[in-house]
Design a binder for this molecule. Structure first.
Ligand code: DX5
Ligand code: ZN
Length: 233
């Protein structure tokens, strides 16, 4: 399976932030996203929750499709039976699709299916195949999936809500993962990221760092996004 060209683009710009849209002010979303685009952000993170895999319900493919933006769409599926929904999220314009290892008996099959799909925005871009692990899931589940994923998303909170506190043991997991993966896959860290901890998370080897409430809380998303990016330089 040839690697998606998008993987190389993401690696070249690592570490970078992926801005979680869930906590934005949806009344002024268009202007907020334009400001963030102007600040050099490349990735927009969609937290898709079905109320079954995790307690909360959020958004589905129409929302992913409906946000017209030049930002890459980074879709984090916290849903049961992701295989049956992949087509809909691909058609909605997902550039990165991440499924949870705990959400399906057939994570290998889901990743294989993702690898055969074509990016609806640009067929030459490819789709980045992500596998996510809850804080309680051992890293060893990744071993039999080697070669079938481009990115590992390490949850630093239990899935369900924005604005939770970063679980400290995540740091050790990210460090171990960087050592074991080398440059064979990207690492994404998601949940509880703040201005205070983002620099440390990047130093542990994360390539993509999701930040939701730390950007959209308060009235200054542009300034917040710039501060988060600045902490990575
Ligand atoms: C957790 C989600 C995260 C979260 C990020 O269920 O996957 O993406 O919403 O939000 P913050 O940055 O506020 O923790
Ligand atoms: Zn997420």
């Amino acid at each position: 399976m040839a690697r998606a060209p998008l993987v190389d683009r993401l690696r070249a710009s690592a570490p970078q932030i992926s801005v979680g849209v869930l906590t934005a002010d949806w009344m002024t979303l268009g202007s907020q996203l334009r400001l963030i685009e102007g600040a050099g952000v490349d990735l927009l993170h969609f937290d898709v929750m079905d109320g079954v895999f995790c307690p909360m319900l959020t958004m589905g493919p129409p929302v992913v499709a409906g946000l017209k933006t030049r930002l890459l769409k980074d879709v984090h599926l916290m849903i049961e039976d992701p295989l049956s929904k992949l087509d809909a999220f691909v058609a909605a314009g997902a550039d990165i699709i991440t499924v949870h290892a705990e959400s399906t008996r057939h994570s290998h099959r889901v990743l294989q299916a993702l690898g055969r799909m074509t990016n609806a925005n640009d067929p030459h871009r490819g789709i980045v195949r992500g596998i996510a692990l809850n804080p309680g899931t051992p890293l060893e589940v990744l071993e039999p999936l080697a070669g079938e994923f481009d990115m590992v998303l390490v949850l630093a909170v239990n899935p369900g809500w924005s604005g939770q506190k970063f679980i400290a043991s995540t740091c050790e997991r990210v460090k171990r993962l960087r050592e074991s993966l080398g440059d064979t896959a990207l690492i994404c860290v998601d949940g509880g990221v703040t201005r205070d901890n983002i620099g440390n998370i990047a130093r542990l080897g994360a390539d993509i760092i999701v930040t939701g409430s730390a950007v959209f809380d308060g009235k200054t998303p542009l300034e917040n996004a710039k501060a988060m990016q600045g902490a990575l330089r």
